[in-house]
Design a protein around this ligand. Sequence first.
Ligand SMILES: [Zn+2]
Length: 254
Amino acid sequence: MEVALNLSRRWKALRKFGVAVREVACVGAPRTLLMAEWGRADQLVVTLSAGVHGDEPAGPAALLSLVEDGLLDERFAYRIWPCTNPTGLAAGTRQNVEGADINRSFNRGGRTPEAKAMIAANRDRRFVLSIDIHEDIEGQGFYCYEPLGQEAIGPRIISALDAAGLPVQELTPEFDLGYPQEAGHLRSLERGRVIADFAVEEKYYPGLPYSLYIGKKAARRVLTLESPATRPWNERIAIHRIAVVAAITALLAK
Ligand SMILES: [Zn+2]
């Protein structure tokens, strides 16, 4: 896919603007993950990631466009993972080339080469916010997952999308969130927002999702964003751009 072919070149082209772009080795696999960073040592760090499911290409494209267009607030430093499943993106598959769902592999040191690389790179790092960008193939509008107990950011994102006239998902108990079946009762639903008790949910997953790992280990606030893959490409990109900007702006309002 074209997105995959261009990602590395376009991210590396940002080096001339002071973005440090590295290829992080995946131990035990012949591939690397791109990681981009900038900011001063005295700044709080926001971490962003996309593309852990390779069949959700609007995430990596939106993340790149956010940085290329200078939309990330300079009052924070950043650690960005432009595409955390490059073999899946190239093949258009949810799983990586070995057939593993990376987003169910963040247990302990990581159960996939990609999760291992990210966990090792994040060791001893602390983030003020983590945003992981996805798409929902059945979604008609935006929604996000936000853990119970954190200062809510989701409502600010939803207000920003409403103001822009972009679709927000009505969430009913019938809407398939892809949860482990026994864990379905653990979350509460609002328009555009799933509030989940990460600590309780953890034991229902055979393998840990990225946001649960990072919320537990490294990030003070965590968001998982979902754009609706049934909508036109440009609208999906616009939804993620507005959602990320609104989430980071929300940090400044506290
Ligand atoms: Zn996904």
